[in-house]
Design a protein around this ligand. Structure first.
Ligand code: DGL
Length: 259
């Protein structure tokens, strides 16, 4: 059983890909909706929230956790890994690898939350692979748009936000764009309308693909979903994003307030 964790619906982009590639895996999705958004938090606060969520998953018996959150992966993953004995897989390295291999011009854009962009984790990963021109941009409004369903390519609110944030990517002529926040692939249609020739690399999808490739164990395709607040809201968002009826209820998550 593998845990998949994010602040809200963003990690569902990783879960969707995991279930597409490996329908046999047993998965628990854990959304820390009580503390959304993560992208504006300080490293210490992020560490506290992530520690509680990952520990809650560990107590449910998962064998490892896909940290399907660009912010936690960029800012506190090494600290979290040092503290916890459980295997934790982040989204930065798989997204960087995929973007590097897909980019021809090595002009690569990075979108993320404010905390992710400040950390420069994706840029560090890219520069470890070779010489690339990178342009990064924090897009905090994308998280709210994704959480509230303003994601259709023709939605005027989504289009205005995309044009506002992505004008520098167009000017920099990037050929590949890392969606370094797992919420952002939910806006992929609107982003591709604005940057039609640019290859999009979703951090959640890239990490799901990397994890599947390294996951020999077969399960029964079971799914459980937890939210730390308002499970009903997550249930309807998840049905919209996963495209269909959820095979399980969304339950209120056990929290580890002692941590
Ligand atoms: N989906 C998360 C990320 O990848 C968190 C976004 C947020 O809560 O601000 O960064």
């Amino acid at each position: 059983m593998i845990g998949v964790f994010d602040s809200g619906v963003g990690g569902l982009t990783a879960l969707r890909e995991l279930r597409r590639l490996r329908p046999d895996l047993d998965l628990i999705y854990y959304a820390d909706t009580a503390h959304l958004p993560y992208g504006t938090r300080s490293p210490d606060t992020l560490l506290r929230y992530a520690r509680r969520s990952v520990t809650a998953l560990a107590r449910m018996g998962v064998e490892g956790v896909l940290v399907a959150c660009g912010t936690v992966s960029s800012v506190v993953l090494p600290r979290l890994q040092r503290e916890l004995s459980l295997p934790l897989w982040g989204v930065v390295e798989p997204a960087v690898q995929m973007a590097w291999h897909r980019s021809r011009s090595k002009r690569i854009g990075v979108l993320g939350t404010a905390a992710t962009v400040r950390s420069r984790a994706f840029e560090r990963g890219l520069s470890a692979l070779g010489s690339a021109v990178t342009v990064s941009r924090a897009c905090p409004l994308f998280v709210s748009l994704a959480e509230n369903g303003f994601t259709a390519p023709t939605d005027p609110v989504a289009q205005a936000a995309v044009a506002h944030y992505l004008a520098p990517m167009r000017a920099a002529e990037v050929d590949t764009l890392i969606l370094g926040c797992t919420h952002f692939p939910l806006l992929a249609g609107a982003i591709s309308r604005f940057l039609p020739r640019v290859t999009l690399v979703g951090a959640g999808e890239a990490s799901a693909a990397a994890l599947c490739a390294a996951q020999p164990r077969v399960g029964h395709g079971e799914l459980a979903v937890f939210a730390t607040d308002d499970p009903q809201a997550l249930a309807s968002q998840a049905e919209r994003i996963l495209g269909g009826h959820l095979p399980c209820p969304v339950r209120l998550a056990p929290t580890c307030k002692d941590l």
